[in-house]
Design a protein around this ligand. Structure first.
Ligand SMILES: [Zn+2]
Length: 302
C-alpha cells in the first residue's frame, strides 16, 4: 500500500473512531527526531509538518531540508510528512508563488499538502484549492484546504480574543463549508471555531499564548455539513477539556506549533540535548492529554 492510501485510510478511520491525529510543526530541523521518537515510544500515529511561516520566520530552512531530515530520522511506521500552510496571500498580505511550493512538496514525496486560501474571497479560494486538489490527487497526495480565518499569524494586531470568540470573527460559515467541500473535493478542511495561531513575528512570538476556547456546537455543525475530517489549527494553549470535546465533535487533525517551538527555544539555552528532550517530553504529555497513546493499534490493526 502506498503512503497516500495509508494516510487517507488512517485519517478516515480516525474520523470514524473519533481519534485525533496530532500534527507537529517543525520550526527547527533538529525537532524532527524528538517528535518521531515521542510518537514511536507512545505508539501513536502522528504527522510531522512544516509551513511556509516555519521556514520564513524560524529555522526550518527549506521544504527540501525538512524532507531530507525527515527521511533520515523519522520512523515512518508512526509518522507522515505534511506540507502545512502554503498561503496564496501571506501574513504580510503579499502574494506567494504557491504553485511552485506545492509542486516542490509533491515532487519530493510529501504525503499531503495544505493550500491556504483563507485570505481570498470564497470563489477564488474554491478555484485555487480545486487546482491543488486536481494536481495532488493525480500524484496520490491528500489535500487540506482552509475556510474561515484563524487569527494570529498576521503582522497586524488582531482583535481582542474575547471579541473574536463572542462575535465568531473569522469562524467558518456552515453553508459555505458544505459548498466548499463539494466544489473542491478537498480531503480535509481546516476550520475556524475559536482557536488562534501563535504569533510568529516581533516580540509576541516569545510570549505564552492566551488560553483559547472552542465553539463545540459550531464544530458539530461543520462536521455534519462537510462529512470529512476537520483540522484544528492553533492547537497550542487550548484547554484540554475543549480539545477532548472538539475531537468528539469532529476534529481529526490538530496542529501543534507554538508549544513545541517554545520548548525547543527555551531548552537550547541549556544544550542541544536539553532542547530535544524538552520537545519530546512536551509531546508525550500532549499525547496523554489527547488520550491517544497506542493509537497505532486501532488505526493500523494489521
Ligand atoms: Zn495554521
Amino acid at each position: 500500500m502506498n503512503t497516500y492510501m495509508r494516510i487517507s485510510k488512517i485519517m478516515a478511520l480516525a474520523y470514524e473512531k473519533q481519534i485525533v491525529i496530532p500534527a507537529f510543526n517543525v520550526a527547527y530541523l533538529p525537532m524532527i527526531k524528538p517528535i518521531s521518537d515521542a510518537l514511536k515510544e507512545c505508539r501513536t500515529i502522528g504527522i510531522i509538518e512544516v509551513s511556509r511561516p516555519d521556514i520564513e520566520n524560524f529555522g526550518a530552512e527549506s521544504v527540501r531540508a525538512v524532507y531530507e531530515e525527515y527521511m533520515k530520522s523519522a520512523d515512518m511506521k508512526f509518522t507522515f510528512l505534511h506540507l502545512d500552510h502554503v498561503p496564496v496571500i501571506d501574513e504580510n498580505f503579499m502574494p506567494v508563488n504557491w504553485l511552485a511550493m506545492i509542486e516542490e512538496g509533491i515532487t519530493l514525496g510529501f504525503d499531503s499538502v495544505m493550500i491556504d486560501g483563507s485570505r481570498l474571497n470564497f470563489n477564488e479560494n474554491v478555484r485555487i484549492t480545486k487546482t491543488v486538489v486536481d494536481i495532488s490527487h493525480l500524484n496520490n497526495i491528500c489535500v487540506e484546504g482552509e475556510l474561515g480565518y484563524v487569527f494570529g499569524h498576521e503582522t497586524t494586531v488582531p482583535p481582542p480574543y474575547e471579541e473574536i470568540f463572542e462575535k465568531k470573527l473569522g469562524f467558518t460559515d456552515i453553508n459555505e463549508a458544505a459548498k466548499f467541500v463539494e466544489l473542491t473535493r478537498v480531503d480535509w478542511l481546516s476550520v475556524s471555531a475559536g482557536s488562534i495561531h501563535g504569533a510568529i513575528s516581533g516580540s509576541a512570538r516569545d510570549l505564552k499564548k492566551i488560553r483559547a476556547k472552542l465553539d463545540i456546537e459550531h464544530i458539530k455543525k461543520l462536521k455534519e455539513a462537510t462529512k470529512i475530517p476537520l483540522v484544528l489549527h492553533g492547537g497550542s494553549g487550548i484547554e484540554t477539556e475543549y480539545i477532548i470535546s472538539g475531537i468528539k465533535a469532529g476534529i481529526t487533525k490538530i496542529n501543534i506549533g507554538t508549544e513545541i517551538r517554545q520548548a525547543y527555544e527555551k531548552g537550547i539555552e541549556h544544550s542541544q540535548k536539553y532542547a530535544e528532550d524538552s520537545v519530546k517530553d512536551t509531546i508525550k504529555k500532549l499525547i496523554d492529554d489527547y488520550q491517544i497513546r497506542n493509537s497505532v493499534d486501532i488505526l493500523m490493526p494489521d
